[in-house]
Design a protein around this ligand. Sequence first.
Ligand code: SF4
Length: 307
Amino acid sequence: MTKIILASPRWYCAGVDRAIGMLDDILDVHGAPIYVNHEIVHNKFIVNYFERRWVIFSDDLDSIPTWSIMVFSAHWVAPSFVKKAQALWLRTLDASCPLVIKVHNEAKKFIAEGYKIIYIWKKNHQEAIWVADNDLENIFIVWNKNEADALSFKPDQKLALLNQTTLSIDDTKDLIAYVQTIYPDIKLPGFSDICYATTNRQEVVKEIVEEVDALIIVGSKNSSNSTKLCLIWERAWIPSLLIDTPDEIPEQFLDWLNFVGISSWASVPDNLVQEVIKYLEERWAIFMKEVITKEEKMIFPYKLDLA
Ligand code: SF4
């Protein structure tokens, strides 16, 4: 018998739920086509679903017809991108996650008070790319100690440290401690800057990997947070897989599945996880239990006011 431990929470976070809801609703109200910069959230299934509804994902503002509706994705956009969209007479709707906006507002406040910001990011994550674009004179992005070493500031420069919302305390604690040794007076990020959904999804996977001999994370490979969840296997030295659909499970991996942990990232619809479970059920007798480490009740409301 194959035993499954299903991690919870695993499905949409409040930011993803809000962005998907906004795009669905704006399509219902105004009709297609609707343009979205980048991807509304990092999940292949969601992107395909909206493409079938004639949503066009494009960062090439010049190619978008005047008066079209553009929705900004959950990852936030740089003010320069917003200004250009408005200068081109696009009607815009901002689906950026409020937690991401909060960190950017903090950065703006610090900069207005004369601070420079050291911003910890996951290399090439969209949220951080926009931050870099936002204010290159005052925001310095770093991912490792070498990059922190390469910075130089005047001795009396006021400094604050912020981080990409979807990095957890585990992701950042060593680098924060290192930056503090270089700049002991630096203002540190508050706990409220860390996304609750990231922390909850990482914590539950850390708990289940102690009990299983293989791990399956349902999510897309261009989602850095899905990859990060998948890498938690390193703590327990068990094989792990990151898949969008069950047919991506290789035959040899199936041999390991005596006791498997299953979870997903916050941008993954839960029916995809259920499909993986069904796929396993069709092959083996399954015993399943769910490990719930947190109840999530966060909701981010929205309005469909176009700018
Ligand atoms: S993972 Fe966190 S920061 Fe990202 S969209 Fe969800 S709630 Fe917002």
